[in-house]
Design a protein around this ligand. Structure first.
Ligand code: MTE
Ligand code: MO
Length: 438
């Protein structure tokens, strides 16, 4: 474990030096390409336990997936195999191979808490109150969860939620915050009512522009006047028929960690807009200005900046739809297979508010790509499943890379996407290590 982190740190600080130190790999400062050769190649092969047939395509500064990926034991009740990033507040992510289910079970959904969750074990969920109000609300109401369930039409949808910071750990210079790798994503099935129906019942005034949530969790400082998080979405997103107020996940009451008894859910956007332990819905006449809406939170530079640049608050724009992305959920990175065997590979792909059009895989570090079989989403804003199978030309160390393209032609990048101060929106290709034996 320590060794692996050391490796990451080494690469994060000085990728070129790390490369040279470990494998004698020199990187061309202009093209950013570097190829492992000679004794460096031998050293890398020794560490990986096999020769690397496509070494000539392997980019410089790339930590082999076999070394880059690691797991830690879990310690959160009800969460099996998740990697705990910190425990106050609780944050945990799911290793890629544990996200293989079509519908993410509660035990495998990542947890992101900004504050201290309320204690809800002894409440009567039907009496939980949600206030609907705000400058642009015509008929403010206090609705109990029981009333919400009685008065509005129910719907069940499979919807993906992904933390805006998923993938943050790869950015350099590093960004502060949870060092998510690939596991802050999931796609459970949710039951509730349309947010729109509730908003309309309370009257959306002409001047409404934003819909925001407030919640029952407490600020980490213990200061009751401070909120840990209170975010929202523009009115058009709140009115989308997939935007919901939910009380059940996969047919069960929401787990406490995921917002019991009720949460807001606006899929396809940073999951921070999906408020857990919902107490208040605000129909606002301005862009919401709650905790983690302003400053640099969940914002990226409006125009691209150089890595490490400091960006003024007024030049930061609120993140809306998440970018196109995919995950290899089978096999597990590090798998061994025989050269005579075809290996099946599968995973999921999603694209924020858009749909995924194509998924490609590569076994030669992105030099060539094969199209995978891709299914349509079960409903809008659910992730899509893809499968493919591949043969390896000779024994050795390989990486399988996956790359999704959305219906507007936008592709996942093979290298890191635009650096930003808080490390959001890393949608670079997921990759796994494969050892092929004779
Ligand atoms: N009330 C409340 N809602 C919240 C948060 C929070 O800390 N408090 N975290 C947000 C963030 S940043 C994310 S990524 C998602 C995580 O949802 P999950 O823990 O159910 O996976 O919840 C969002 N909703
Ligand atoms: Mo998040």
């Amino acid at each position: 474990m320590t060794k692996k982190q050391g490796l990451h740190r080494l690469y994060a600080k000085k990728p070129d030096t790390a490369d040279e130190l470990l494998w004698g790999r020199k990187i061309d400062p202009v093209s950013r390409r570097g190829f492992v050769k000679g004794s460096g190649l031998a050293a890398m092969a020794a560490v990986l336990g096999a020769s690397i047939p496509f070494a000539r395509y392997m980019p410089g500064g790339l930590i082999p997936a076999a070394l880059a990926q690691s797991e830690e034991p879990f310690s959160i009740p009800g969460k099996s195999g998740l990697t705990v990033l910190n425990d106050r507040p609780i944050n945990a992510e799911t290793p890629a191979h544990l996200l293989d289910d079509a519908v993410t079970p509660a035990s495998r959904l990542f947890v992101r808490n900004n504050g201290v969750p309320p204690s809800t074990w002894d409440i009567n969920p039907l009496e939980w109150q949600v206030h609907v109000e705000g400058e642009a609300c015509e008929r403010p109401q206090v609705l109990t969860l029981g009333e919400i369930q009685r008065r509005f039409r129910h719907q069940t949808l499979q919807l993906q939620i992904e933390c805006g910071g998923n993938g943050r750990s790869e950015f350099y210079p590093p960004a502060k915050g949870n060092q998510w790798t690939t596991g802050a994503i999931g796609c459970p099935e949710w039951t509730g009512v349309r947010l729109r129906d509730v908003l309309e019942d309370c009257g959306i005034a002409e001047n409404a522009v934003y819909v925001a949530y407030e919640a029952a969790d407490a600020h980490l400082s213990g200061d009751p006047t401070k909120r840990p998080i209170s975010r929202g979405v523009p009115l058009h997103k709140a009115l989308q028929k997939e935007s919901m107020i939910v009380w059940a996940m996969n047919g069960e009451p929401l787990p406490e960690l995921h917002g019991y008894p009720v949460r807001m859910l606006c899929a396809g956007w940073p999951a921070s807009v999906s408020g857990k332990w919902l107490t208040r819905i605000l129909i606002r006449d301005r862009v919401h200005d709650g905790a983690k809406m302003t400053g640099q939170s969940y914002r990226v530079p409006c125009k691209p900046v150089a890595p490490g640049a400091s960006v003024a608050d007024e030049d930061m724009c609120i993140i809306e739809s998440m970018p196109v992305k995919s995950l290899i959920s089978y096999p597990k990175s590090g798998i061994e297979t025989r050269v005579t065997e075809r290996m099946s590979v599968r995973g999921h792909a999603w694209a924020g508010d858009a749909a995924v059009k194509t998924v490609f895989t590569s076994i030669d570090f992105g030099a060539s790509w094969q199209k995978a079989k891709l299914k349509k989403a079960v409903n809008w804003l659910a992730w899509q499943h893809w499968t493919t199978s591949t043969r390896f030309p000779e024994p050795g160390y390989y990486e399988v890379w996956a790359r999704a393209v959305d219906d507007e032609g936008r592709s996942q990048p093979m290298v890191l996407p635009g650096w930003n101060p808080r490390g959001y929106l890393n949608n670079s290709c997921h990759r796994i290590a494969v050892l092929v034996t004779a």
